[in-house]
Design a binder for this molecule. Sequence first.
Ligand SMILES: Nc1nc2c(c(=O)[nH]1)N[C@H]1C(S)=C(S)[C@@H](COP(=O)(O)OP(=O)(O)OC[C@H]3O[C@@H](n4cnc5c(=O)[nH]c(N)nc54)[C@H](O)[C@@H]3O)O[C@H]1N2
Ligand SMILES: Nc1nc2c(c(=O)[nH]1)N[C@H]1C(S)=C(S)[C@@H](COP(=O)(O)OP(=O)(O)OC[C@H]3O[C@@H](n4cnc5c(=O)[nH]c(N)nc54)[C@H](O)[C@@H]3O)O[C@H]1N2
Ligand SMILES: [Mo]
Length: 666
Amino acid sequence: MFRTQRSTCPFDCPDACGLVVETDGLSVRSVRGDPEHGYTRGTLCPKVNGFERTVHAPGRLLTPLVRNGPKGQGAFRRASWDEAAALIADRWQALIAAHGRECVLPVTYAGTMGLIQRNAQEPLFHRLGASLCDRAICTPAQNAGWEQMMGETPGSDPDDAAQSDLVLLWGINALATNIHFLSQVKAARRAGGRAILIDTHRQATAAHADRVFIVRPGSDGALALGMLHVLVRENLVDRAFLSRETVGWAELEREVLPGLTPDRVARLTGLSVEDIKWLAREYGKARAPFIRVGGAPSRYGNGAISTRALICLPTAVGAWAKKGGGFLASTGTGAAFDIRSFTRPDLLPGRTRVVNMNRLGHALNALDGPRVMALFVANSNPAAVCPDQNAVLEGLSREDLFTVVHERFMTDTALYADVVLPAPTMLETADLYRSYGQFFVQRTRPVIPPLGESRSNWETIQTLARALGLTDEVFSLSADEHIDQILSVPSPWREDFDRDALEAGRAVRLTPPRGRWLTPSGKIEIRNDRLEEPLPRHKPTHTDLEEHGLPLRLQTTPALYRLNSSFTERAELGAKLGAQTLRLSPADAAARGLASGQRVTAFNALGEVAFVLEVTDTVPAGVAIAEGVHSIQAGNTRNVNGLTSQRLTDSGAGSTFYDNRIDVRA
Ligand SMILES: Nc1nc2c(c(=O)[nH]1)N[C@H]1C(S)=C(S)[C@@H](COP(=O)(O)OP(=O)(O)OC[C@H]3O[C@@H](n4cnc5c(=O)[nH]c(N)nc54)[C@H](O)[C@@H]3O)O[C@H]1N2
Ligand SMILES: Nc1nc2c(c(=O)[nH]1)N[C@H]1C(S)=C(S)[C@@H](COP(=O)(O)OP(=O)(O)OC[C@H]3O[C@@H](n4cnc5c(=O)[nH]c(N)nc54)[C@H](O)[C@@H]3O)O[C@H]1N2
Ligand SMILES: [Mo]
């Protein structure tokens, strides 16, 4: 007998889809999009369609493993949970006694986005007073830029874009990374609206755009300010909105915008003067323009200040107040849940070191400060996803580093573990999900029992806490008890929340607070005097400043058939993704005597990476595109992160994956 139950896609994706899962009680038969979910509306991406093949993939880790060969070579023997937990507790206690509590470092990111399983490690490492991980690998610069101007104001509703007459897809490959937003784009276009894509190369989402503008990497802030210059000159700004709802417009108009003439912005962005004027006029004259911005424009040395410049666009034309208009980077639903009863920052015994995961390579190899001696990895694959892969692998190879990896599969990171612990998929655990790209929340219960001996992130932390002799109450409560506790804290976002529907497993909509700006001044803070740069300005990227740097700007873009490094277990997706490929323009290939299909080496001061070359006129001269985070077990010795640096953004200490230069040779 088969039965169906609702669940949620846990991956780090703005869509956070509702799922309908069919099982026989022990194994999963099919996974489909929930037709009754208000955002999923019954469709899924190619990765989670067929997710039963991930759940039951032959590579699933089913028991704890203990290393019994050289580091990094994948030699392991099976162990029981009791043995593995005792071994970890003994080693951690001995290392803490010898080196101090900060020698322990957790590195966790977003293997699952559920509030419990994503944050499970927090109470334990707070309680231990370990070093903490600044999980700054994705868009903290964008979040910082938003927060500096908009405070805790939620982003616009993606559904509104369906009623827009001009949707700007700005540095987002929605076809791969935010597929449900394309429904809004299609609806807007069906109703006579237009979509414009602004990117550094002609990527797949171009098929859904009326016009495509190719800009120089990291020049979005300059483009936004240049458009504002034109909007002012042509009297297309909403002065009533600006004087009522913002602070600092006058200074921006007086001190910053005069310098961003179309001529100068053309030089900075690579667009023509006519294109800049056209964009500004279309934006200024639109009834209700909607901007959907991706993460990429913020993954540069100027990422936060560029984000502020972008947010000035809807502000200048008052798009926020127009039905169908707005700006969406993140919906900001984190504000709807206070999870401190679970993460317990109050348990920290005192000050502790915070390690930025973008600088993991540095942290593992540095000799200054308390040396990292014990690494706990869960929900992440840092050997593949962190910048400066050579530094990360050098650190992970240290014989004196005791590494524990909690994983579903033998990832590039798990290969370097001393102890591997088996993790379940989301269909085997309970959780509470919110989304950063829409406003629905779902509470899930296990659909099938955990496979093999796998234990959820929270059960794993409970197991380790017990082995360490920790008796705090937080460790004794189940995931469901913690979820109940989180939901018992009231929030203005949940005033008319349908709790019964939530308990029945349905997606329930949050009500974002609207009608006021949640900033210290109560207005949109174009000028923010708390910052070193009170006004948005044009700032160069890291690579702009390397005058004599290598000639090609490297773009590390997400792939349709991968979620960062996840989904290597699915051979059919791997076949569609293909080999690790670098795309170059015909001009750059010809200048180097290179042809499509050839094996090439990309290099910079950080390392060398082998690719198969694809020559294509979708890529402009001076740019190189490497799509997807490939595994170094698939015949590659390094992936593209062998070429990305540990440099951080201007604010938010974010990653700068897109801000690197390379050259290529045969
Ligand atoms: N299929 C799939 N879906 C995913 C992911 C995945 O790996 N695969 N990853 C998930 C995660 S963690 C995230 S954060 C999101 C990311 O999803 P996106 O926000 O779509 O991805 P980005 O990396 O930001 O890149 C988006 C586009 O921006 C372009 N770009 C790069 N630099 C610039 C620039 O300076 N200006 C402009 N205008 N464009 C630029 C890139 O070429 C790329 O086409 O997607 C999530 N969803
Ligand atoms: N070159 C390049 N590098 C990138 C990116 C890029 O586009 N290009 N994207 C960057 C971005 S935006 C981000 S957000 C980061 C993402 O970095 P990560 O969050 O590390 O992303 P994933 O590669 O998906 O790795 C997540 C791992 O968690 C595991 N996992 C899944 N569920 C569970 C669970 O319940 N428990 C445990 N213990 N493990 C689980 C999965 O098997 C997977 O190996 O990567 C960044 N790195
Ligand atoms: Mo991300």
